[in-house]
Design a binder for this molecule. Structure first.
Ligand code: DX5
Ligand code: ZN
Length: 217
């Protein structure tokens, strides 16, 4: 299991120091929660802040766009060379075209869905994307409780993906008590915000998640 700490849960006024403490051999990805105050009521940061993060760390970026009109936002992240750019299926009528736009730049395309959106809605999109991000909380804030029906949604998604080379990412309420079960169900990448940034050294927290994952469920 790879771990992608969500910097939304870090002290954003002291990010330079936070980034310096992160060990690129431990932390796999850096999850950036871009929120526009429209697709979700909250507002976080945009590409200018993402550029500073990129300048301060060698860890690949994992861009999660919780925005309306993702077609306008996606190109702003191309030159940051992120691991993946993920948009929400609820925010577009053209999910396949958006995935093509990202892939044409040689980047991985990710699609996300909220807890209330049926998994089947992804069926027509799965051949066009490289990753599906399953929200296990309603998007908007860090620190929410993991929604238990998410296990079943991951199971459904895994079956729908079948043999396609599509990675599964989970986002929201991940901790050392639920990560092993998520790994067993086939999750490849776990985002963790509050777990990574409350409770001491972020590298130690990431290691703890990986250790919990390899323990028997
Ligand atoms: C929610 C964000 C998540 C969040 C995760 O809108 O997409 O990435 O920051 O934080 P935790 O792990 O605390 O739920
Ligand atoms: Zn996120």
């Amino acid at each position: 299991m790879r771990i992608s700490p969500s910097i939304l849960a870090a002290d954003l006024t002291d990010l330079k120091r936070t980034l310096e403490t992160m060990d690129a051999s431990v932390v796999d990805l850096l999850h950036l929660d871009v929120m526009d105050g429209h697709f979700v009521p909250q507002l976080s940061f945009g590409e200018a802040y993402a550029r500073s993060v990129k300048a301060g760390s060698a860890i690949p970026l994992d861009v999660h766009l919780m925005v309306s009109r993702p077609e306008l936002e996606i190109p702003k992240y191309f030159d940051l060379d992120p691991y993946v750019i993920t948009y929400h299926i609820e925010a577009t009528d053209f999910p396949i075209r958006l995935a093509q736009l990202i892939r044409e730049r040689g980047l991985r395309a990710g699609v996300s869905l909220n807890p209330g959106t049926p998994i089947e809605r992804l069926a027509p999109v799965l051949d066009a994307v490289d990753l599906v991000l399953v929200m296990s909380v309603e998007p908007g804030f860090y620190g929410q409780k993991f929604i238990e029906t998410s296990y079943d949604r991951v199971r459904q998604l895994k079956a729908l993906i079948g043999g396609r080379p599509v990675e599964i990412q989970i986002d929201g309420g991940v901790n050392d008590r639920n990560i092993a079960r998520l790994g067993e169900l086939g999750v490849d990448i776990a985002v963790a915000g509050s777990y990574c940034f409350t409770g001491g050294d972020v590298n130690a927290r990431v290691r703890a998640l990986k250790a919990a994952c390899s323990a028997p469920v």
